[in-house]
Design a protein around this ligand. Structure first.
Ligand SMILES: [Zn+2]
Length: 286
């Protein structure tokens, strides 16, 4: 764990893949944007394996991803971390929120919940004999506003649009939103650069960070890579893994996806980063 005080003014970015399979074109574009932004800031870039969702974790996929990143010339600046090794930390944060009355047990089944915001059914306590299935965190009223470095000003009223959301799932697993906020805080992450599918999580994560007394990182959400049918490329819909044997071509493809002009002919991956980092810095006035 790196305390925020170790890097008082320094940029700390991170790439946080879930080890459900190898990197593909979509995950590379997000990783690339995060890496470019860290290097353009002369910052540190951390690698965090988001293996909190044990049923979706594929044994060995973390090592495959690390091998792919190495082949692409993307080097992390501290030993990687694994969420599965931090369960006692998540439990202690949960216990603190519980003591503060900020979380409550929810007995609703999926069938009982309509689409849309959680209506707060269980927020005043459960009836005798009811058992909590999941645990929810209380959302304060009011709009959450923030600036996205790619997409511009954003606003979401979490209490109204999402409601008190789950931080411990009915299957006993910690929710993604919860562990990400704790990890970013503990690792002193100042900047999150990731795919636009996570834009919708940002307001929740910012409110949660504030409840935990943490500084929420700046954010940048980059465009998703879509397949021919317009769906997000993902391991779930069987995106083909990156071909690490032709790393410069894979990098060039992700670079074009991020909206940049082609680079001059490249001798190798080191060449790619040497050309790409200053262009990223120029585009974002870094
Ligand atoms: Zn409920």
């Amino acid at each position: 764990m790196v305390a925020a005080s170790d890097t008082p003014d320094g940029y700390v970015g991170r790439f946080a893949p879930s080890p459900s399979g190898p990197l593909h074109d979509g995950s590379l574009a997000a990783a690339m944007a995060s890496y470019l932004d860290a290097r353009a800031h002369s910052g540190r870039w951390l690698l965090r394996v988001e293996d909190i969702d044990a049923p979706r974790t594929v044994p060995g996929a973390d090592r495959v991803i690390m091998g792919q990143l190495e082949a692409l010339g993307m080097h992390w600046d501290a030993p990687p971390t694994w969420q599965s090794l931090r369960l006692s930390r998540y439990q202690s944060v949960f216990d603190r929120l519980l003591e503060q009355g900020l979380v409550y047990g929810c007995a609703c089944t999926r069938k009982q919940l309509a689409a849309g915001a959680y209506p707060g059914t269980c927020s005043k306590g459960l009836a005798p004999g009811q058992r909590p299935r999941a645990w929810r965190v209380r959302m304060p009223q009011g709009a959450e506003r923030f600036q996205d470095r790619w997409l511009g000003p954003q606003c979401q009223d979490v209490a109204r649009e999402v409601g008190d959301f789950i931080i411990r799932r009915a299957d006993g697993l910690w929710a993604y939103q919860f562990v990400v906020v704790i990890d970013d805080g503990d690792q002193g992450v100042t900047d999150v650069v990731r795919g636009a599918d996570l834009l919708d999580s940002t307001a929740r994560q910012r409110v949660l960070a504030r409840l935990l007394g943490l500084q929420a990182p700046r954010v940048m959400h980059v465009p998703l890579v879509l397949d021919e049918a317009g769906h997000k490329l993902s391991k779930q819909n069987h995106a083909p893994p990156l071909d690490s044997r032709n790393a410069p071509a894979a990098l060039e493809k992700a670079w074009r996806h991020l909206g940049f002009d082609p680079l001059p002919p490249l001798a190798g991956v080191a060449d790619f980063w040497a050309e790409a980092v200053p262009r990223w810095a120029a585009r974002f006035n870094i």
